[in-house]
Ligand binder design. Structure first.
Ligand code: ADP
Ligand code: TRP
Length: 321
């Protein structure tokens, strides 16, 4: 099974991203051939500060490597390092009906948020189709908001295949149905856009501070508390096995401990869980050259797969060489 996905270089990742998406994706390294890239060309549709885009790209690479991308198993690269994707994007554009893109929710949502409707924003799904089809991916893990883009990819692949034979693999989107939404410090879905996140790489002091801000009810210390309506418990659960979850629930039900105790416990859980990743992160921050070498090697391996595909496509559509 060839699995491919792109993770936007859009700043610090939070615990919701990790438990809702990244962890499952990295687990696939055990069973699948994983292709993972940083879609910096897609990011350009909304991010117009060169310095920020450049930094975010390396930052995303450092984050993903620290969280467990294994470059000897996974092909890991920056999108713009394999230029053939841009050529395929253009060729696919000639096979993409306008109506298909006009129906895209992603585009409409971004415009509604006040982002300038530039052409790249509109043709974003075609570049995404090129990302996927260039490497003959079978499976594409994405968040729910990206399912339509994978469907557009399927439509484009089928249209092209109908004219030229069975060239492209028609991919399937893979979403995590059973992952519960992870609450933020205010109890709403944890999200960058709500400012309620707990980021993965905080200093110990920042983490303590952030956990301290989690909204809890005002049950007095001595009284029993309901773990199942408590935001602190909902987050602590992510780090505990079933037995430890039951033990914590008992502490809630018994009374005698205040939310401050549970928050201190949660802070330790988060701090300890990410200790190894934090060390790796510090290492990569001091060895930026190593990140660049890994990405370059990933791009070389990705290109080995991309080249025969683009050559076949050129030939089929009649691009002169
Ligand atoms: P944000 O809402 O912070 O902008 P993204 O939309 O960039 O996050 O999400 C990236 C990935 O992380 C998606 O696959 C999404 O489903 C997952 N994710 C984000 N927030 C949560 C959450 N609170 N609970 C579970 N999964 C989440
Ligand atoms: N559009 C995706 C997102 O915003 C990122 C992405 C770009 C992608 N190209 C892709 C995801 C190809 C999967 C496959 O999250």
């Amino acid at each position: 099974m060839r699995t491919l996905t792109g993770i936007q270089p859009s700043g610090a990742l939070h615990i919701g991203n990790y438990f809702g998406a990244i962890k499952q994706m990295l687990d696939l390294q055990k069973s699948d051939e994983l292709f993972l890239f940083i879609p910096n060309l897609h990011a350009l549709t909304t991010l117009k500060d060169a310095e920020v885009l450049r930094n975010n790209t390396l930052d995303a690479a450092a984050t993903l490597l620290s969280l467990g991308v294994e470059p000897d198993k996974t092909i890991f690269w920056v999108q713009s390092d394999v230029k053939e994707v841009i050529e395929l994007y253009w060729i696919l554009s000639a096979y993409t009906p306008m109506g298909l893109l006009e129906r895209a929710h992603g585009y409409k949502d971004k415009i509604a948020k006040g982002i300038l409707p530039n052409h790249a924003l509109f043709s974003y799904p075609v570049l995404m189709a090129a990302d996927i089809l260039l490497y003959s991916a079978n499976r594409v893990p994405v968040g729910k908001d990206q399912i339509q883009h994978v469907e557009i990819t399927r439509d484009i692949a089928i249209k092209f295949n109908n004219e030229h034979g069975d060239i492209f693999t028609v991919p399937e989107a893979k979403t995590e149905e059973d992952i519960a939404l992870i609450p933020g410090i205010d109890g709403a879905k944890m999200s960058k856009s709500y400012g309620n996140t707990i980021d993965i790489f905080l200093s110990e002091k920042e983490l303590k501070n952030r956990v301290g801000k989690i909204v809890t009810d005002s049950t007095p210390m001595e009284e029993p508390k309901d773990p199942y309506t408590c935001n602190v418990f909902a987050l602590a659960k992510l780090f505990l096995d079933k037995n430890a979850q039951d033990e914590l629930a008992e502490r809630y039900k018994k009374g005698g401990e205040g939310h401050g105790h549970f928050k201190a416990y949660l802070k330790e859980l988060i701090w300890d869980y990410f200790a190894v990743h934090r060390e790796k992160r510090a290492y990569y921050d001091n060895h930026r050259d190593e990140i660049i070498d890994i990405l370059r090697d990933g791009a070389r391996r990705a290109r080995e797969i991309a080249l025969p595909m683009i050559e076949k496509v050129r030939e089929l559509v009649g691009i002169y060489r």
